[in-house]
Design a protein around this ligand. Structure first.
Ligand code: GAF
Length: 386
């Protein structure tokens, strides 16, 4: 917790040393874990993420000309770009591309984006499937909107940040991560209909039920994650076209749909998406009724579906899930896009250390890199913090 509270001062100090002045303000946006609903967002389906207390913090000040300088604590470098680079998708590469992408998406929608100096610090683990890039986009978007006094309704912001990632950076993600980072509320999970973009804040105070969400960062290297993600998305879109529906969200009779498809891989992809959507709805029903423990089997079924039907898990992830379950978790699943990343387990709060130790021991036995873990509580969405 202590390290987290230092992120704002690190961003402010980085701003002062990179730009020789004080920032006009500090803005923060969180990473997320997804409780359930994986690879459903780009199928117009349902998701239920919550915001982590881990955040990207941006210290920023407007400048009078259309140019942007961005310092990153992680790399220690300052990247500068102007309107020409911002207006050409892909031109700014690497981490600064997410910042340029936000400038691009706003400018291309006709917003008067102020030039700015920005310093970025973060305690969202990078490359762990906890949406550090969505947090960066969301923090920058929130900062630029405030600095420029842009009339930017909150419900439009996730789509703008997603567009930065899809069309500037070139990652075909759905809208879940940016929605979680921008629209989540502390103490709640965000139930999002990815077609209508309607949201409902679902109370998710695990501690009040004597429970904890243990997040295990498996440290598994991401294996071809980008290409595999894009190929899963393509398979879903092809299946929807074959089935004659706008998106897999619209499959109402799973058995009939599976009969129409001849390709076994495609059938399993469809089965994952359709059953996962239903699991999100069932989880929301249980949480609305305050039956938190009972969501466990849905989490575990979600994992089996990702492992067997969507085929996006890796041995480290499967081992963390099976070990947590054997150690008494009510449910456990991989969270995020897959091919590495994090696992979450719903456990009794008193059991956190014991379950984490069991996973660490299982990893040691298999010769896997030691995992990192923390207990996650739903934090707030993007906001100005100073
Ligand atoms: C990644 C993507 F960015 C999200 O849009 C979502 O598809 C997720 O993988 C899988 O549920 O985080």
């Amino acid at each position: 917790m202590q390290a987290m509270s230092q992120v704002p001062s690190r961003a402010a100090a980085g701003f002062a040393s990179a730009f020789g002045a004080d920032p006009a303000g500090l803005w923060a946006a969180p990473g997320r874990v997804n409780l359930i609903g994986e690879h459903t967002d780009y199928n117009d389906g349902f998701v239920l993420p919550f915001a982590l207390p881990h955040r990207v913090v941006v210290a920023a000040a407007a400048v009078p000309t259309p140019r942007w300088r961005v310092w990153s604590e992680q790399t220690g470098e300052t990247v500068e770009f102007g309107a020409a680079e911002a207006d050409e998708p892909g031109r700014v590469e690497g981490w600064a591309g997410y910042v340029a992408g936000v400038v691009w998406t706003l400018r291309s929608k006709g917003y008067e984006v102020p030039g700015a100096d920005l310093a970025v610090a973060s305690d969202v683990p990078a490359g762990a499937g906890l949406s550090s890039s969505a947090a960066l986009e969301s923090a920058v978007l929130t900062a630029l909107a405030d600095l420029g006094g842009l009339a930017l309704p909150v419900e439009d912001r996730p789509g703008l940040a997603q567009r930065a990632e899809n069309d500037y950076v070139g990652m075909p993600c759905g809208i879940m991560d940016q929605s979680a980072s921008i629209r989540a509320e502390a103490g709640h999970a965000l139930f999002l209909d990815c077609r209508s973009l309607a949201i409902e804040q679902i109370p998710f105070d695990v501690a009040a039920s004597g429970l904890a969400v243990l997040v295990v960062d498996t440290q598994a290297p991401h294996r071809h994650a980008g290409g595999e993600y894009a190929s899963r998305r393509r398979a879903c879109e092809e299946a929807a076209a074959l089935l004659g529906v706008p998106a897999l969200r619209d499959v109402s009779d799973l058995d009939a749909a599976l009969e129409k498809l001849t390709d076994d891989v495609m059938r399993r992809r469809v089965r994952h998406v359709v059953t996962e959507n239903q699991r999100v709805l069932d989880t929301v029903d249980l949480l609305r009724a305050g039956r938190v423990r009972e969501i466990g089997p849905l989490l575990t079924a979600s994992h089996a579906s990702m492992r067997d039907d969507f085929e996006i898990t890796v041995p480290e992830v499967d081992l963390a899930v099976s070990t947590a379950l054997a150690a008494g978790a009510y449910g456990a699943r991989m969270t995020g896009g897959g091919f590495g990343g994090c696992v979450l387990a719903l456990i009794d709060a008193t059991e956190t250390d014991r379950v984490a130790a069991a996973v660490a021991a299982a990893y040691a036995e298999r010769g896997f890199t030691a995992p990192v873990w923390f207990a996650a509580r739903p934090g707030p969405g993007a906001e100005r913090i100073e």
